[in-house]
Structure formats: C-alpha cells, structure tokens
Design a protein around this ligand. Structure first.
Ligand code: UD1
Length: 425
C-alpha cells in the first residue's frame, strides 16, 4: 500500500507544467474507434485512468503503441468487438464513453451498466434517453446495456435536463454518422467538449456550436484518422494554483489556457490571491490573508465541481465564514470530514458546507476520499503543523501524473512511501 507523506511548513515555490486533460484524453481515445486506421494523440497524460481506457480499446480489438510518454498511436482498423465488460467499467466509469462511438461505427454496443461511485449515484439516464431519440434501442441484460440501432441512427433534437458532460459527449459521437442533423440543446460547454468536437471535425465530422449550449451535428458517411494534441488540463492547473494560494509563495503554472479557469481565477482573486495571466500560463502568489467567499459549483462556465475540494481547503483557512454549495454531485463532501481531522471547522448541511476559517491545520493521518479530495489533502499537508500521511492514493494516481515529483520540484517535503500491509491474523 502506498501513502503520501508530507512534512508541512517548507517553502514551496517555482514552475510547474501541467499535462493534457484527463477528461479530454479519455473521450478522444474513445472517439478514435470511429475513425478506422492509425490515429495519434499527443499530450496524453500518463495516469491510471488513461491506462484503463487503453485496456478498454485493446479489449475491443484496437492496437495501441506508446510512442513516447505522452504520445499514443491507436490503430482502430482492427476493432472487431463492441463489448465492454463490467470488470473495466467498474475500474473507471468513463469507460462508458465508448457507447456512442461503438453505436456510431457498428450500430450496436454492449457496455456494462456503471454502478454508483463515491461522489454520487452518477446515472446515465440522459445518455440513454438522448440515444433513444436518435433511434437506439436498449435492453438491460444481467447488468449489461445492450444497445442496437435496427433502423440506423436518425438525427433529431435532444434537450438535456442538465448540461451533462458525459451525455453531451456520447450524443455528439453517436450522431456523427446519423442521417440528417442532430441538435443537442442544453449541451455541456466544458473546454473538453470543444476539444472533442475539434478532433471529430479534423476527422471529417460536421460538428457546430461546441462550447455553446446548442450543438448541431450534421451526419457524414465516414471519418478518417488524424493526429491531435490533447488540450491542457485546467483542473491539474487549478490544483497547483490553489497550492500557490495556500502556501502564498509564487508558483508559475504552465501548459493550459487560463480562460478555461475564468471563474475560478476570479474567485481566487476575491480571496486575496494574486494571479498574473500570461500566454498558456499564470503566476500566482498571495501576500495577504485568505478572504472567505461563497462558492457554488455549476456546469461550465460556472465554478467546476472538480475544483471544489481544493477550494474548500483554501477557504478552511479563510479569515471569516462562507458557504460552499455543491450543485453537480450529491455526495462530494467526504473530503470535509478528512480535513476536519486536520483541524478544519466545516459543517455539512445537505449540499451546503458551512466553512468557518481556522488559523492553521495540524498534520494527521487522513484518507483520500476521491481524486480531487486526495490532492487537496496533500495541499493541506504542505501548510500543516507536523507530518500528514495521506492513504488511498490510488485515487490521486487516476488523474495526476507524477504529483509527488512535481511538488518535490517546487521544494515541498513530500514523498511516496510503500507501507507493508499488516496481516489481520
Ligand atoms: C465529467 C467529468 C468529471 C466532472 C463532471 C462534471 C469525465 C471523465 N469526468 O463527469 O470529472 O466532475 O463531468 O463536470 O469527464 N447525471 C444524471 N444522468 C445522466 C448523466 C449525468 O443524473 O445521464 C448527473 C450525474 O449523476 C451528476 C451530474 O449529472 O450528478 C453531472 O454529471 P456529468 O456532467 O454527466 O459528469 P460526468 O460526465 O460523469
């Protein structure tokens, strides 16, 4: 079992470069199914979720060569299966991103129904309702979703109840080969959606309006393979920006587009953090106490739920009290009880967290509750009094490449340690 051990109170400063976006890379990998041939993706993060998506594609028959640490060559001409078993979907829910591409290419797909996860029920009913409107028929068989399009896919207007990222992506990919025009109304607007639309258009698709609430897809007969660079990871960038906000000393974060974090940067400025914006980088420091501001998570361009835990960590050291409202996932406050073990004063009431600022954290043994919560606990450890040990760090490995090494590069006293399992008997 690996843990991350952090010795608090050391100076953290310097330059850090972020990788390509996890949430984009996974969907771009799935989209290569629709362009039979050799596709090349660059700036792919070397993280465990990408490894799982690699396994999913290989299971479908694709061949993957790792050209260098961040470049994947994916040959999808050999894809000859449309089944993604629970063993893979259970490892990563985003495996369901192959549903749209498989239906698009083969007119059928069998994908295990994902269960809930530790941040909520995370249903896929909107994916299913949207695809049904395009002519896909579903049945649930022993936990697997069998999807077929007996009469082909036919474009229609689909209005999503909520601007779901995953549903928008699956619908966008499924409709690329549909007859006529598909309109996705109340579509998600995240930068990763735009990256996926760009990839599809480079492949020969006709996707218009990505990044706005209405996306139109005009069906085409075929797509061709391409080379594409994954957009920079705004959430990894946001995590290091929050780190600079908590330690106060300057950190330069490069390799992402600052406008992709528009509201986060503005909220952080209200908290007293200085952010100097440059081309694909920001320089961040703080020379005054952290002010408390209210936050509510919403789909893009709202405040991202994926930055909620890191921001709670900052606000827990705020000068007054504030309220964080989580509107995207129903169960994303588990991080708060771990932070309380380090001295934070947070009360959860439904989907609100009432945060009373405290003077400092004290190092403790804590458990990473999920991907972003895990990273936020490491952040807290950097300024805590004494030593913090974060366990269950496989969550962090899902989405952060070389997190410990990057923090060490900034001067942090942090290390990954293998702790032998204690036998029960
Ligand atoms: C993606 C991101 C995740 C991010 C989230 C919101 C990936 C791999 N993950 O997740 O990091 O936190 O967007 O920005 O890209 N919902 C339904 N029915 C559906 C679909 C969604 O009820 O059919 C609900 C979910 O349970 C959740 C909310 O809608 O409460 C948002 O989900 P969605 O935007 O779809 O998130 P994901 O695509 O799963």
């Amino acid at each position: 079992m690996d843990v991350i051990r952090i010795e608090g109170g050391h100076r953290v400063e310097g330059v850090v470069r972020v990788e390509g976006a996890k949430n984009s890379a996974l969907k771009l990998m799935a989209a290569t199914i629709m362009a039979p041939g050799v596709n090349t993706l660059t700036n792919v993060p070397n993280i465990s979720d990408v490894h799982v998506m690699g396994k999913v594609l290989k299971r479908l028959g694709a061949q993957i060569d790792v050209l260098d640490e961040h470049t994947l060559r994916i040959d999808t001409s050999t894809v000859d299966s449309w089944e993604t078993p629970y063993e893979l979907v259970a490892q990563m829910r985003a495996s369901t991103a192959v549903l749209g591409p498989l239906i698009s290419r083969f007119g059928r797909a069998t994908v295990a129904m994902p269960g809930g996860c530790n941040i909520g029920a995370r249903k896929i009913d909107m994916h299913i309702l949207g695809l049904q409107a395009l002519g896909v028929e579903f049945d649930l068989d022993h936990g697997d979703i069998n999807a077929t399009a007996p009469h082909g896919l036919i474009g229609d207007t689909v209005t999503l109840d909520f601007a779901s990222v995953g549903a928008t992506e699956n619908l966008m990919m499924a409709s690329v080969h549909a007859k006529g025009v598909t309109v996705i109304d109340n579509a998600a607007r995240e930068p990763e959606i735009v990256d996926l639309a760009n990839l599809l258009n480079e492949m020969g698709a006709k996707v218009h309006g990505a990044g706005s609430p209405v996306i139109e897809i005009e069906g085409v007969d075929e797509l061709h393979p391409v080379t594409h660079e994954v957009v920079g990871d705004r959430i990894e960038a946001g995590t290091f920006i929050a780190t600079a906000g908590i330690v106060g000393t300057p950190i330069e974060v490069c390799g992402f587009e600052p406008s992709h974090l528009g509201l986060v940067l503005r909220k952080y400025e209200q908290m007293g953090i200085t952010i100097e914006r440059g081309e694909r980088m920001v320089r961040v420091y703080r020379d005054k106490p952290l002010a408390s501001v209210d936050i509510q998570t919403l789909p893009f361009p709202g405040f991202p739920t994926d930055m909620q835990a890191q921001t709670m960590c900052l606000l827990a050291l705020g000068s007054e009290s504030c309220v964080i409202t989580e509107n995207v996932f129903e169960n994303r406050f588990m991080f708060a009880s771990e932070l309380q073990r380090m001295g934070a004063d947070i009360r959860i009431e439904g989907h609100h967290a009432i945060v009373h600022g405290v003077k400092g954290f004290s190092g403790a043994a804590v458990k990473s509750p999920d991907l972003r919560g895990g990273a936020a606990l490491v952040m807290a450890g950097l300024v805590a009094d004494g030593t913090t040990v974060v366990s269950d760090i496989y969550h962090i490995d899902r989405g952060y490449e070389r997190f410990v090494e990057k923090l060490q590069g900034l001067g942090a006293h942090v290390e990954r340690v293998t702790v032998p399992d204690t036998p029960v008997i």
